[in-house]
Design a protein around this ligand. Structure first.
Ligand SMILES: NC(=O)c1ccc[n+]([C@@H]2O[C@H](COP(=O)([O-])OP(=O)(O)OC[C@H]3O[C@@H](n4cnc5c(N)ncnc54)[C@H](OP(=O)(O)O)[C@@H]3O)[C@@H](O)[C@H]2O)c1
Length: 304
């Protein structure tokens, strides 16, 4: 086994590492060390968001890692996300001007002059959704984001951008794992040159978000068929986490595993040296259970 260093193209001048380090639910206390250790382990992409309320601590970790490894800012791909607001939660959608200000605030917290990818976290901005996207186009032109995209957008949200005659997103970050495969959305994205970035790849693990308050909504059917991944992973001599992450990368999705445990961080990056064969990929294609289990799958302002 060896660390995965491959990348996927996002636009004419930007490639995204196939494996990135996720920071959702990583506290301000844990983030500096976790991000530093992740980069020291070999991660070259860090995914955060204004909504995770840990950007300053993530930025601290990036700076510490650049110092300890001798890497430069250009070696690290950094993603952060606009919190777009959500009227259903009494949170007014951000306007064009507010989106520009939110990006400036994220950069300030991160201690960076640009990010490599800036995403609209969800399509919950309602009537402001297109204005938010126009602001991201502006931010890219201004050099604040090398690539721009969206997250949790379905086909109708992506169509809205296309129908307005605007530049299409470079990427759509969505929940993707064998239980939530979204084949129609992915086909549409492929047709329109929108790269998929997978989040929550490790949902099928029994160890996925087990701490209090992080409860998942796995169905009984999901729980019943989780043994399939365990058995397949054992045949390849890898852990179930490696198997699920390899499934994503083999399908062409950048993945974003999160762990606070250094040995798991290393394991989650060690995805070279085995490949899932076509017969198993076919079995896995049959395991799609539709919508995912993460927050966006149950939010009407996102799934509308
Ligand atoms: N755009 C969005 O709306 C959105 C939504 C969700 C997530 N994301 C992004 O995607 C990232 C990943 O998604 P996620 O945080 O939901 O979950 P994930 O990375 O799929 O899974 C993390 C969970 O799995 C455990 N784990 C990690 N590696 C493991 C291993 N090798 N063996 C056993 N258990 C392991 C972790 O526990 P330990 O920490 O204890 O190891 C944690 O409970 C996020 O951090 C975030 O950056 C984006």
């Amino acid at each position: 086994m060896a660390p995965m260093t491959r990348t996927f193209p996002l636009n004419d001048s930007v490639d995204i590492p196939a494996v990135g380090f996720g920071t959702y639910l990583v506290s301000n206390e844990d983030a500096p060390k976790a991000v530093q250790v992740a980069i020291e382990c070999g991660y070259r992409h860090i995914d955060t968001a204004s909504g995770y309320r840990n950007e300053a601590a993530v930025g601290e970790g990036i700076r510490a890692a650049l110092e300890s490894t001798g890497l430069s800012r250009h070696d690290i791909f950094v993603t952060t996300k606009l919190w777009p607001g959500n009227p259903a939660w009494g949170d007014a959608p951000r306007t064009h001007e507010q989106t520009l200000a939110e990006c400036a605030a994220s950069l300030e917290r991160l201690g960076l002059d640009h990010v490599d990818l800036y995403l609209i976290h969800a399509p919950s901005g309602g009537a402001q959704r297109l204005n938010q996207w126009r602001a991201l186009i502006h931010l890219q032109a201004a050099g604040k984001a090398r690539s721009i995209g969206v997250s949790n957008f379905n086909q109708s949200h992506l169509d809205e951008i296309g129908n307005a005659g605007l530049q299409v997103p470079d990427a759509n970050q969505i929940e993707l794992h064998p239980w939530s495969q979204k084949p129609e959305l992915l086909a549409y994205m492929a047709d329109n040159g929108i790269a998929p970035i997978a989040y929550s790849s490790l949902v099928p693990l029994s160890t996925w978000r087990t701490e209090a308050g992080q409860a998942s909504a796995k169905t009984e059917q999901m729980k019943a068929d989780s043994g399939v991944f365990t058995a397949m992973a054992a045949r390849y001599g890898v852990t179930e986490a490696q198997f699920l992450l390899r499934w994503g990368v083999q399908n062409g999705y950048a993945v974003l595993p999160k762990s606070l445990k250094p040995e798991r961080m290393k394991q989650n990056l060690d995805l070279e040296g085995f490949a899932i064969d076509e017969a198993d990929m076919e079995v896995l294609r049959g395991m799609d259970r539709g919508q995912g289990v993460a927050w966006a799958s149950g939010d009407p302002s996102v799934t509308e």
